[in-house]
Design a protein around this ligand. Structure first.
Ligand SMILES: NC(=O)c1ccc[n+]([C@@H]2O[C@H](COP(=O)([O-])OP(=O)(O)OC[C@H]3O[C@@H](n4cnc5c(N)ncnc54)[C@H](OP(=O)(O)O)[C@@H]3O)[C@@H](O)[C@H]2O)c1
Length: 336
């Protein structure tokens, strides 16, 4: 099968696709999935170079987030509801390949209203944002939210979830083109270019001088955003896409009576596994309702051009969720 095999650490742009990789060895308690689309993540670039917290043994196949169909020759683990032919999305090491073996606990049914491209970028991003906004930030209807990097994979989903929850959203991104995409796809109430010095004054103006109730930050802009947070506001630390882990003077926390809150979705499966299904259920129900729609970067890369996609992501050239398409969506056959 085709697979993006890592035999030695290197930047993905220097690695060739393997066209005759061995098929996954079937394991009775794992599900075999024919991968249709897979999500591109910054951590894939780190993992290929040995810079990620989770480094599999060599040789390994890159990629983690995917959507596909349970293979006809998949094992059917005892007590598992998935069967061959089911549309699924999930998370498993080795997603940049024709087939991947997945733990049934890391698979969910793909809602019928979503394509495989859309499904390939949901498993990490959407539950992170739902728990980040609902569980951690306790976002209420009518509150103001500032979403940083609103055009990114996390951002586009966070804006939509916040809107679906009835919040007023100020979306911040780094270029007019990206803000245009946010406007077109998310229904954000206000747009801010955060490369413009003093952008926080615009946020204060929009909120009538009050500031935002919630700051949602996947970039590393917490300290800058505290200039426009409301009294008793909550600032959620989601990630450090800007490459810098901030150090915060705690007097800022005291002066405005604010809370700094973390969200690490991946840790829930270890620390609070009982909570995970309720978040999955809420996300799937929101996606099925049609109130929110996963946004895909229009240049969908074939597996042969995976490295181009990862380089575009690394260079901040993508918006929405960047995807690699492994196979085309099956054409529905007419019933006779
Ligand atoms: N906490 C969790 O559980 C969790 C879960 C998933 C992801 N994350 C983290 O969330 C962050 C965002 O993920 P994502 O999927 O949204 O990534 P993404 O699609 O690549 O978007 C990241 C955005 O960050 C902005 N950015 C600012 N400075 C940047 C820089 N120096 N390099 C690259 N981008 C920069 C860019 O937007 P502009 O050009 O508009 O500034 C970029 O579009 C990542 O750090 C990821 O690890 C955390």
């Amino acid at each position: 099968m085709r697979a993006f095999v890592i035999n030695q650490l290197n930047h993905p742009s220097k690695i060739e696709l393997t066209k005759d990789a061995p098929e996954p060895k079937l394991i009775p308690d794992q599900i075999l999935v024919d991968v249709y689309s897979a999500g591109l993540n910054f951590f894939d670039i780190l993992q290929a170079q040995g810079k990620y917290q989770n480094q599999p043994e060599f040789p390994f196949i890159l990629g983690s987030e995917f959507a596909g169909i349970v293979s006809q020759d998949s094992p059917t683990p005892l007590g598992c509801s998935f069967k061959p032919g089911d549309r699924v999305f999930g998370y498993a090491q080795g997603a940049y390949a024709d087939r991947v073996l997945a733990d049934p606990g890391q698979l969910l049914p793909l809602p019928q209203n979503l394509t495989f491209d859309q499904g390939a970028g949901i498993f990490v991003t959407w539950p992170t944002n739902y728990e980040g906004l609902v569980g951690r930030a306790r976002l209420q209807k009518g509150e103001w939210v500032l979403v940083a990097a609103a055009a990114g994979g996390i951002g586009m989903s966070a804006v939509q979830i916040a809107k679906a929850l009835g919040a007023k959203v100020i979306a911040a991104a780094g270029s007019q083109a990206k803000l245009g995409a946010v406007k077109k796809y998310t229904g954000a109430d206000y747009l801010i270019d955060y490369t413009k010095p003093g952008w926080q004054k615009d946020v204060l103006k929009i909120t009538g001088g009050r500031g935002v109730d919630v700051v949602y930050d996947p970039v590393g802009l917490i300290q800058d955003s505290l200039k426009c947070i409301a009294w008793k506001g909550r600032a959620v630390v989601v990630g450090f896409a800007g490459g810098n882990i901030e150090k915060l003077p705690l007097n800022l926390v005291l002066l405005k009576n604010i809370e700094i809150i973390g969200i690490h979705w991946g840790a829930y499966s270890i620390k609070e596994p009982g909570h995970v299904p309720s978040v999955h259920k809420a996300v799937i129900s929101m996606l099925q309702s049609g109130k929110v729609t996963p946004v895909i970067f229009p240049e969908v890369y074939p597996l042969e051009r995976l490295a181009d996609g990862l380089v575009a992501l690394e260079n901040r050239k993508t918006w929405g969720k960047a995807i690699v398409r492994i196979r085309d969506e099956p054409v529905p056959t007419a019933k006779l």
